[in-house]
Structure formats: structure tokens, C-alpha cells
Design a protein around this ligand. Structure first.
Ligand code: SAM
Ligand code: ZN
Length: 283
């Protein structure tokens, strides 16, 4: 039986571009979206559309990482970050805006923003189909599509009121192209203190490069101007499972033997959460 067009995808048909020939429209056609030239993109039964075709995704979270991320985010330990992102978005977008979450993961932050904007619609892009299975279901106004951040986005110019990039790779020129002139880019990234206690105990955890902030500004500066930056920093208790999940949702997890982490006393029972959230206006 053909997969039905997910309701959340419908408002995006006019905003999507064919990723192959850039045709300005995709139409639903028996479980797929099709451009006038006949390029066709399957709608997965999990509800996301596979716009990334022809190559195997070379990046993106695997199933175990997505499970860890999902479990950890559902504990509410990052609610404060989600609220900060949602209020930055609500301060800039109209209630009926379009929100694009790049590297959306499980859709946790996109759903938080859509809750704040009752008439808005959201599209999550990610190269991980495991993550997209969750992102396509997390919120009734959120659609999801597979995409690689480093390729030209399958979206028309100037269609987004908000572009979110939370702990995800960035493509400044494409962020700029798809945003309306009045829109905002919201970028969340860790500071050097983020999860410091855990990094101290688990050397394989990727360290936060101090030059990262400078690189972020260099990359965005030709296209964007920072409007406001919020620092979100707090200490949170951490159960053993939560600590394992925080490690498990990072790429370092691939190099770690879980038994190495399970030893008593190795994992901290509190951790510092420290991130910066900046809203940028397009130049
Ligand atoms: C650290 S996670 C953040 C996910 C989500 N924004 C969150 O904070 O919960 C990074 C995300 O970027 C995705 N990702 C990595 N490389 C990508 C690429 N080249 N194109 C699209 N997504 C990518 C991963 O699959 C993952 O979901
Ligand atoms: Zn086409």
C-alpha cells in the first residue's frame, strides 16, 4: 500500500526544490514526491522524505547514538536549553512562521520551538535516517527530510523565518539563502565547560576545541551579524544511565567499550551544562 503524504509535509511542497534539477516544486505521487522532470523521492513509512539519494550518507548518527540521545533528552536535563532556543525563536518569528532545523536529530529542539509558535510549521533536515524516524513523529507540525548539511539545501530562497542549528554542522551561505531577510539563525554550541566533569573521566570524549568559537564567527561573519547571545550554564545531577547516554550520543561512543564506563566511581554524579545560544540576523 502506498505511503500517505504526511500532513506536516504538505505545507512544504511549495517551498521544496528538486535536489537534482532544482525544479521549484515537488508533488506527491504514490508514496513519493516527484518533480516535473520525473525525479522521485520516497516517503518512508516512518514519515520522512528521502531527499538525499544516490549516495550513502557518510555522516550522521547511528541507531545506538539516536537511542542514547532520545533517552537522555527525554529526562528533561536539557529543558533549559530547549526553552532558551524556543524563546529566542519566538522573539523573532511570527506565530505562523516557517522553521527549518538543520541537523535536527530527534527533533527535540524543533518541537520545542513549534510549541511556542502555535501556527508555525517546521522542517527537520538530518543525514541520519534513524534520527529522522523520531523527528518525523515528534510534533504534528514538524516534517522531516534526509539531507546533507554541506550540500545546497533542497529549499527555495528566502522561505524560512527561523533556521535552527543546535550542536550540528553548519552551512552559512545556505542558511543565508533560505532565510528571509527578516529571519533569524539560531546557533547553539557548547562552551569549554560543557560536561567538563564527564570529559575529565572519559578521555575518549571529544574535547571542545578552544578555537571553535573563533571559527564559528569567521564562518558566519560574511553572512550574519549576531543580535543576542545567551549563556546557559547550570549544574545537573546525573544518573549512571544518563552519563552513559551522554557519552553514547557522541561520536566518541564508537571507540568506547561500554564495560569501561560501567565501573563504579568512574562516572560523575553531577555535570555542568554550559552552552551559548546566539540569534543572528542576515546581512
Ligand atoms: C550532536 S547531534 C545534534 C542533534 C540535535 N540538533 C540535538 O541537539 O538534539 C548532530 C546531528 O547532526 C547530524 N549530522 C551530522 N552530519 C550531518 C550532515 N553532514 N548533514 C546533516 N546532518 C548531519 C547527526 O545525524 C546528528 O543528528
Ligand atoms: Zn528534478
Amino acid at each position: 500500500m502506498p505511503v500517505l503524504l504526511p500532513a506536516a509535509l504538505e505545507p512544504f511542497l511549495d517551498l521544496l526544490r528538486c535536489p537534482i534539477c532544482r525544479a521549484p516544486r515537488l508533488d506527491p505521487d504514490r508514496g513519493a514526491l516527484r518533480c516535473p522532470a520525473g525525479h522521485s523521492f520516497d516517503i518512508a513509512r516512518h514519515g520522512y522524505v528521502s531527499l538525499l539519494t544516490g549516495t550513502r550518507a557518510t555522516s550522521g548518527d547511528d541507531a545506538a547514538m539516536v537511542r542514547s540521545r532520545d533517552r537522555f533528552l527525554s529526562t528533561g536535563r536539557y529543558t533549559t536549553i530547549r526553552q532558551a532556543v524556543a524563546s529566542l525563536a519566538a522573539g523573532t518569528a511570527s506565530e505562523h512562521g516557517t522553521v527549518v532545523d538543520v541537523g535536527c536529530g530527534t527533533g527535540y529542539y524543533l518541537a520545542g520551538v513549534l510549541d511556542q509558535l502555535p501556527g508555525a510549521r517546521g522542517l527537520g533536515l538530518d543525514s541520519s535516517v534513524r534520527a529522522l524516524r523520531s523527528a518525523a513523529r515528534l510534533h504534528e507540525r514538524a516534517a522531516a527530510a534526509s539531507w546533507d548539511v554541506f550540500r545546497p539545501f533542497p529549499l527555495a530562497d528566502g522561505v524560512a523565518d527561523v533556521v535552527l542549528d543546535v550542536f550540528a554542522p553548519r552551512n552559512p551561505s545556505e542558511f543565508h539563502r533560505v532565510l528571509r531577510p527578516t529571519g533569524r539563525l539560531i546557533v547553539v554550541r557548547p562552551t569549554g565547560r560543557h560536561l567538563a566533569e564527564l570529559r575529565g573521566q572519559v578521555p575518549a570524549l571529544v574535547t571542545i576545541d578552544p578555537a571553535k568559537e573563533e571559527r564559528l564567527h569567521k564562518g558566519l561573519d560574511p553572512f550574519f551579524e549576531a543580535v543576542v547571545t545567551e549563556q546557559i550554564e547550570y549544574s545537573t545531577p546525573l544518573t549512571g544511565q544518563e552519563a552513559l547516554d551522554l557519552v553514547g550520543m557522541t561520536p566518541s561512543a564508537r571507540h568506547l567499550n561500554r564495560a569501561d564506563l560501567d565501573d563504579d566511581g568512574v562516572l560523575p554524579d553531577r555535570v555542568t551544562v554550559s552552552v551559548l545560544a546566539t540569534a543572528y540576523r542576515p546581512r
